[in-house]
Design a binder for this molecule. Structure first.
Ligand SMILES: [Zn+2]
Length: 87
């Protein structure tokens, strides 16, 4: 029972997703990677990371999210620029 609490970081109750854990990113509820790479499947991200590289994975996911939002906006009266995700 030797709990290690080093540093002053806030301990999150939920585990970071597999991607954030691998990339040492801060994971939160808004993490775009969490739905694709749950903490319970670290090998999934490890494989993708090996093939594509982490930054490419993030870019691809962000791009696909933009496409999904664009498609959503096309089917509604919402203007796409109200959903600008990337600069
Ligand atoms: Zn995450």
């Amino acid at each position: 029972m030797d709990a290690q609490y080093r540093g002053g970081g806030v301990q999150l109750n939920s585990m970071p997703c597999a991607a954030c854990r691998k990339l040492h990113r801060r994971c939160n509820q808004d993490c775009v990677l969490a739905p694709y790479f749950p903490a319970s499947q670290p090998e999934k991200f490890a494989q993708v990371h090996k093939v594509f590289g982490a930054s490419n994975v993030i870019k691809m996911l962000l791009r696909s999210i933009v496409l999904i939002v664009a498609e959503f906006c096309r089917n509604t009266s919402i203007k796409f620029n109200e959903f600008t995700l990337l600069g």
